[in-house]
Structures are given as structure tokens and as C-alpha cells.
Ligand binder design. Structure first.
Ligand SMILES: Cc1ncc(COP(=O)(O)O)c(C=O)c1O
Length: 368
């Protein structure tokens, strides 16, 4: 079958639903991130999107040495896979998690592990363990400039946290961490640029105030797919998108970025309802993005007018629209969110340019 740029031989030999990664598009995305950011040392990709050692290997081969992650399993897989620097960009308080971090640091003493703090409680939780295990760590102060998920508030709260953490033995604070998820799904680049300017005002203010106290910020890890490139002119900022690697139909709304959707779900039309003029496919909420509103969970490649109207665990009901899809036909579903699609599958099948399944990418860090 072929739809647009996606070619797949013998789809009837693959049991659907199944996740596919189109290798050409993946390679295009890795080459593009280097071009857009200006070099492999300017990017700290988030590992959560693909969670795969084999994909990591390709990023390492492209010269990218530093990675971001959210879970300790992701950190472990990154370490086993050869990452040189690993930033766990998730505030850690639980003693089991912190002990696991200490173990990881002992097992991989040659790797530069880094963490973030958004509250003094995070500093106080890790400091005694660093002492006990005779270790030191590099940290960033997480700043909340509008997403309101994690992060110290700009101004006094962030400055005080930065200074308190910097004065804690065994901790070196090198700069700011910021994920401005509030820029997501805003296609207008002028609006996103404005939001980034506001974040930069807060960041500059923090840098200035802490520098006055003898704690200059030298390295900062900032941004997601909707914003990262808008920070490029700041030389001490390294950019940290994740979704670029597989892209998705929502991120494809970003007009100025060159990435292609590489991660796709193959599904099949399994029923239809003539009165409602709908088709039922085998792509339920357990098979694709389930953290977006219904109409955005997936799009059918080559059929822009089709939309998803309802979903249960193993079924998806789509409008037939003006398509000529029939029972038994296969579809390529373009996920609305690449990251929450990968987690639905233990692995993705890799498809070469001619449409052959060549091997698979295991989602090694799917569990926590
Ligand atoms: C802390 C953090 N950094 C970076 C990213 C990557 O952003 P994106 O998925 O938009 O590429 C995420 C995504 O959720 C994130 O939570």
C-alpha cells in the first residue's frame, strides 16, 4: 500500500494495530534537529518520545551526547545505551527514587547525571544522600513561566532557591531548566515568539540576580518542540525538544519546522454503520494517543476530511467522509501525540524506503 510518502508492502502480514517507524523520515528528523539547533552540542533531546536504545544509537552517531528524561527507567536505559550526560528533568522527592539515582550514579560513575529543583524540599531530599554516598551532582533551577506544572515562580522565589541550592555542599547549580508547555498547539509563531520573549525576560532577570551573588548561570536547558528554536540566539541555552524525533499530526501544524511524521499506526477497517456513515477501525484508546480531545487523537493519512468521533479500548469510529475506504482496508493513522503512542506498544516495526519491514525498535524504557 502507498499513501502519500508512506509505502508498506504486504500490510496483511502484520497484525493490526501495530506501530511503524518509517526510517527515512526518522533519519530526516535527526539530521534536521542538528540543522535547526545549529549543532549536536546545542540540543538535549527528551528521550521519552521514542524510549529506544536503537534510536538513541542513531542520535549518538549524529553527535548528540546529552539527553533529558522524566523517569529513572529512561535514565537507566540512556546510561546503558551510551549517553554521556543525562538530565532527569523531573523533581524527585521519593527516597526510593533518590536511592535508585545514587545506585545509577555508582554503576555509571563516568556519566554526568544532572537533576532539577523547583522547591527547596527537592534540595533537602537529595543533599543527605549525596553526603552518605560521597557524591556530587550538577543541578538546574526549574522555572515556571506559564505552564504552571513544575518550577519556582520567577522573581524572589526562583532567586532564593537558586542561591540556597548553590550554597548546598555537593551540589553545583549551573543554570536554569524550563519547559514552556504553554506554547504547545499554538500554530501562530508570532504568539509563540511573544511567549518566549516573556520567558526570556524572567530568565535574564534570574541570571542577573544570581550573578550579582557570585553564582553565574553558564548552561541552561530550555524548551519543547513548539518553542526550542526560538531560544537559539541565546548561546548559553541548550534546546530540549523530544517529539521532533517521530513528530505527529499536531506538531505538523508548526509551519516553520521541517520535521516529518515518522511514527505511524497501521490499522484496519473492521466494521461500518451505513445510517451514521461511519467506519470502525481497530485503533482504540489502547492503540494510539489518548491524552488529546477525540478529534485530535489521530488523522488518517491521505484523508484529511476523516475525523475520529468516538473511541473505546479497541475500537475507533471515524467519519467515512468522501473516502472510498471499505471493510478490510488498511489505514495509516498519524498520531496526535507521538509520545503517548509509543507507550502503547512494546516495540515499533521499522520500515525501509521500499516498504519492507526490516527490524524493530524496542521501547526499552516503556516501564518506569
Ligand atoms: C520537561 C520537558 N522537557 C522537554 C519536553 C519535550 O517537549 P516536546 O514533547 O514538545 O518536544 C517535555 C515534553 O513533555 C517535557 O516535559
Amino acid at each position: 500500500m502507498q499513501v502519500n510518502e508512506y509505502v508498506l508492502k504486504n500490510p496483511d502480514t502484520l497484525e493490526t494495530p501495530v506501530m511503524l517507524v518509517f526510517q527515512d523520515q526518522l533519519e530526516h528528523n535527526i539530521a534536521s534537529i542538528i540543522k535547526v539547533t545549529g549543532g549536536p552540542d546545542r540540543v538535549v533531546p527528551h528521550f521519552k518520545t521514542h524510549k529506544s536504545k536503537e534510536v538513541l544509537k542513531q542520535c549518538l552517531a549524529a553527535g548528540i551526547q546529552s539527553y533529558k528524561c522524566a523517569t529513572l527507567r529512561e535514565a537507566e536505559v540512556l546510561a546503558e545505551g551510551g549517553a554521556r550526560q543525562i538530565l532527569i528533568a523531573y523533581p524527585m522527592l521519593h527516597p526510593q527514587k533518590l536511592n535508585r539515582l545514587m545506585e545509577l550514579m555508582s554503576t555509571h560513575s563516568d556519566i554526568d547525571f544532572r537533576i532539577i529543583f523547583s522547591h527547596k524540599a527537592h534540595v533537602d531530599a537529595v543533599a543527605p544522600l549525596l553526603n552518605k554516598h560521597n557524591k556530587e551532582i550538577v543541578a538546574y533551577i526549574d522555572l515556571d513561566t506559564g505552564m504552571h506544572r513544575t518550577g519556582a515562580q520567577p522573581g524572589t522565589e526562583a532567586i532564593e532557591l537558586y542561591l540556597a541550592a548553590s550554597r548546598t555542599p555537593r551540589i553545583s547549580v549551573v543554570g536554569t531548566h524550563l519547559f514552556d508547555g504553554h506554547t504547545s498547539y499554538q500554530p501562530d509563531v508570532a504568539i509563540r515568539t511573544d511567549s518566549v520573549k516573556q520567558s526570556l525576560d524572567h530568565i535574564h532577570n534570574l541570571w542577573e540576580e544570581v550573578a550579582k551573588q557570585g553564582c553565574p548561570a553558564s548552561d541552561n536547558v530550555i524548551g519543547g518542540s513548539w518553542s526550542f528554536h526560538l531560544y537559539k540566539d541565546e548561546p548559553t541555552i541548550r534546546m530540549s525538544p523530544g517529539t521532533f524525533i517521530y513528530w505527529d499530526h499536531m506538531n505538523a501544524m508548526i509551519p516553520e519546522l521541517p520535521f516529518k511524521v515518522a511514527g505511524v499506526v497501521l490499522g484496519q477497517v473492521i466494521d461500518r454503520n451505513v445510517d451514521k456513515d461511519t467506519l470502525t477501525v481497530d485503533i482504540g484508546s489502547k492503540a494510539i494517543t489518548d491524552d488529546l480531545e477525540m478529534k485530535n487523537r489521530f488523522k488518517v493519512a491521505g484523508n484529511a476530511n476523516i475525523s475520529l468521533v468516538s473511541q473505546s479500548e479497541e475500537h475507533g469510529v471515524i467519519t467515512r467522509s468522501d473516502s472510498d475506504l471499505r471493510l478490510g482496508d488498511f489505514i495509516f493513522a498519524l498520531p496526535g501525540h507521538a509520545c503517548t503512542t509509543t507507550t502503547k506498544y512494546p516495540e515499533a516495526l521499522v520500515i525501509d524506503q521500499a516498504g519492507n519491514v526490516t527490524h524493530s525498535y524496542k521501547h526499552d524504557a516503556r516501564d518506569r
